[in-house]
Design a protein around this ligand. Structure first.
Ligand SMILES: [Cu+2]
Length: 179
């Protein structure tokens, strides 16, 4: 079901011993993110492809290296479920820096994996089915050393370089509300 590449798979025993196993934590919130693609010039279908990963509700756009605000803000100490959809006709691989996650659902079906990941494949959309292919990782922001701004992106370098990347800021616990 999931191909193992050179990315990180951590057995459950590597989770910090003071932390409750992610599968037993109630997430603070659920977010949806979407992979999508379009011609970079809307008037020319043969123009280079723009690759995008977007928080649902925001306007899809390739990564802007000059953006001053992160795409997502969370608090250290929280755990969140992210539903990641693929609305494009090719596969992508969601990859997160710094933070590890546990896969809780594959295509909406619960899974019980005793390990942590930093990357997960998201199958392509066939252009027909009414719902988009999706995965649901449970993101772990509890590590007190993981405060700061990090990136997430498609693990396929051509896609990442084409704009399929976003930023997340992990704020110290108790600071202003996340959005
Ligand atoms: Cu990709």
């Amino acid at each position: 079901m999931h191909r193992n590449r050179c990315w990180l798979l951590l057995p459950r025993r590597f989770l910090h011993p003071d932390l409750v196993w992610l599968g037993d934590v109630q997430p603070a919130r659920v977010r949806k993110l979407c992979f999508s693609e379009r011609p970079s010039d809307p008037n020319h279908s043969d123009s280079p492809t723009a690759f995008m990963i977007t928080v649902d509700g925001q306007t899809p756009a390739p990564y802007d290296p000059h953006a001053t605000q992160p795409d997502i803000t969370v608090h250290q100490g929280d755990v969140e479920d992210w539903v990641i959809e693929n609305r494009s006709r090719e596969s992508h691989a969601f990859h997160m820096h710094q933070v590890h996650f546990m896969l809780t659902k594959w295509q909406g079906v619960p899974v019980d994996e005793p390990l942590l990941r930093d990357t997960i494949d998201v199958p392509y959309w066939d252009g027909k089915r009414p719902d988009y292919p999706s995965v649901t990782p449970r993101m772990d922001f509890r590590d007190p050393n993981e405060v700061g701004t990090f990136v997430y992106h498609c693990h396929l370098l051509e896609h990442k370089d084409g704009g399929m990347m976003g930023t997340i800021r992990v704020l110290p616990k108790g600071s202003l509300p996340a959005r």
